[in-house]
Design a binder for this molecule. Structure first.
Ligand SMILES: [Fe+2]
Ligand SMILES: [Fe+2]
Length: 176
């Protein structure tokens, strides 16, 4: 198994969640109100799974190791774009949290703000994933030896193993 295999499997789950967000957008447009339970679940998925767990492995393991290598200008350019895109995704999610909270407090303008941000997220994720799947992950594997690939994969499993503990520790800390 290559280190990019679990990352690509994660892309498929993110795409499925994004499809659910797309369905929710249609629902919101019909009903003119947001379903807070769904929005909270989507925010949790994006923050913990798509960002901390998935982007976390990309940035802290794969991109970190690639930045120690002599990669081509083209791959360097794409990697910089991907890092900027992760920041953009984080910013959208933070704005969504704020807009959702204001909407709960009944500040009418924010219903449209939530809708706008959901639309930006469903545009952003598939394009970002496509760039990684089609233009970056596979060619980047050539920079690693067999042993390095195995080490990266191992570190990815270890990263995942710790994540569930991080998540629930943060919940306890939030409520302490
Ligand atoms: Fe990414
Ligand atoms: Fe990714």
């Amino acid at each position: 198994m290559l280190p990019i295999d679990p990352l690509m499997i994660e892309h498929r789950l993110i795409e499925r969640m994004i499809n659910q967000v797309r369905n929710e957008i249609e629902q919101i447009e019909l009903e003119k109100k947001i379903d807070i339970v769904f929005i909270d679940a989507a925010i949790d998925f994006i923050k913990i799974y798509a960002d901390m767990t998935h982007h976390g492995k990309e940035e802290n393991i794969l991109f970190r190791d690639l930045s120690k290598k002599q990669i081509s200008k083209q791959h360097q350019k794409i990697m910089n774009e991907l890092i900027d895109e992760h920041k953009y995704g984080r910013k959208l999610t933070q704005e969504l949290v704020r807009a959702k909270e204001k909407d709960i407090q009944g500040q009418g303008e924010d219903f449209h703000r939530v809708l706008g941000l959901l639309n930006q997220l469903v545009e952003f994720y598939p394009e970002h994933i496509r760039k990684e799947d089609k233009h970056f992950f596979i060619p980047c594997m050539d920079y690693f030896s067999q042993k390095e690939k195995e080490d990266v994969l191992q570190e990815c499993w270890e990263f995942d193993r710790k994540m569930i503990h991080e998540k629930y520790k943060s919940i306890v800390e939030h409520w302490s």
